[in-house]
Design a protein around this ligand. Structure first.
Ligand code: FMN
Length: 371
């Protein structure tokens, strides 16, 4: 492998290779949505000298949580928990960005303390949340019609992101990534299928993008240039998402992102819908399309193999590649891709929630040889 294992600059940081851990919700926090020992071990296993890790989607408020036992960044206990993760990752020479998240209408009252989830408009997602049922088991639950946000409430959510960004900085993260993908609150505002507002947060693309860019301004004011990133899924439909003109919507967003000196823009390829493969269409927006508009560093994600990752960075359509499912089952994925070693297959049944099984018990090749 060639370029995938060459050095590159991501914002303020020089990395030694371009294989990134994609943000992955694994639902394994301690009580209080606090990262604990299990998460410290999981991230440490995936940290490499000069590599980049992106965390689980991490909620800026209880109302932002779609999945039980997903992490947060709004309490001091959570800051302490993350600090332990970060110290362990840094000790192995890796960088770690926090993915900051608000689920909007994808949240569920069982995870929000009974509060009705909020969204740009009162439109229900046909997706499911993961909750803990009366017997303590993790169960899927239908989502409910969200409460449309009052205009005056929106700056308060921007402030939650600002506060989360301050806590993330204090915890010691290297940077933050706004989760503006996969059908959560930023995307609910951006796409016209979910945003039917008639105030200055709805209607034109300038208006639909206002919440994202107001938040970006707020978190950049905390972090400064080069340490903030944005994730987009321009052709994603997960979360019952749709837009009448994705090329116009995401062309506008990508162009405006040029005005920020971001660490990177993270683009999910159309072949992936959330976590499963989908058919592609001729209206899809790919990382190649975003590359034509956005001038900074791009991480591509979604269904990559070692070969296709090498290809996209060699072709120059992306600078780095994030891996999700294969990094779950191969904690030493960068080394396996570098050496062409066989990959361990992942077990989908242990993706969400549970204990060490399917989380920290996948062995690296070095462990396997030593055992
Ligand atoms: C178990 C699981 C959890 C995920 N959680 C998140 C998440 O928290 N935030 C996010 O942006 N994407 C999330 N994704 C999407 C991945 O980041 C990635 O885009 C997707 O898995 C496609 O990449 P892959 O083909 O390499 O797995 C998740 C995917 C999986 C499999």
């Amino acid at each position: 492998m060639g370029k995938l294992f060459s050095r590159t600059q991501v914002g303020r940081f020089e990395l030694q290779h371009r294989v990134v851990l994609a943000p992955l919700t694994r639902m394994r926090t301690d009580p209080g949505n606090v990262p604990g020992d299990l998460m410290v071990e999981y991230y440490t296993q995936r940290a490499t000298e000069g590599g980049l890790l992106i965390t689980d989607a991490t909620a800026v408020s209880p109302l932002g949580i779609a999945y039980v036992d997903a992490p947060g960044i709004y309490t001091e206990e959570q800051v302490r928990g993350w600090k332990r993760v970060i110290e362990a990752v840094h000790a192995k020479g890796a960088r770690i960005f926090l993915q900051m998240w608000h689920a909007g209408r994808q949240a569920h009252p069982a995870n929000t303390g009974g509060i009705t989830p909020v969204a740009p408009s009162a439109l229900r997602s046909l997706e499911h949340a993961a909750i803990r049922d009366d017997s303590g088991q993790i169960a899927e639950a239908e989502l409910i019609v969200p409460r449309p946000l009052e205009k005056a409430e929106i700056p308060g959510i921007v402030d939650q992101f600002r506060h989360g960004a301050e806590l993330a900085k204090r915890a010691g993260f290297d940077g933050i990534e706004l989760h503006s993908a996969n059908g959560y609150l930023f995307e609910q505002f951006l796409l016209d299928g979910t945003n039917h507002r008639d105030d200055e947060y709805g209607g034109s693309i300038e208006n639909r993008a206002r919440f994202l860019f107001d938040t970006l301004d707020a978190v950049v004011s905390v972090w400064g240039a080069g340490r903030v990133a944005v994730r987009l899924s321009p052709s994603g439909t997960y979360g019952t998402m749709s837009d009448s003109n994705p090329h116009a919507t995401f062309g506008y967003v990508a162009d405006r992102l040029n005005q920020y000196d971001l660490a990177y823009v993270h683009v999910i390829e159309p072949r992936i819908r959330g976590i499963v493969e989908q058919e592609t269409t001729d209206v899809d927006v790919t990382s190649k399309d975003i590359r034509r508009i956005y001038k900074g560093t791009i991480i591509a994600a979604g269904g990559f193999t070692g070969e296709s990752a090498e290809q996209i960075v060699t072709d120059g359509h992306a600078d780095l590649v994030a891996f999700g499912r294969m990094f779950i089952s191969n904690p030493d994925l960068p080394e396996r891709l570098r050496t062409g070693a066989p990959l361990t297959r992942y077990d989908r049944s242990t993706f969400y929630g549970g204990d060490a099984r399917g989380y920290t018990d996948y062995t690296s090749r070095a462990d396997a040889v030593a055992a």
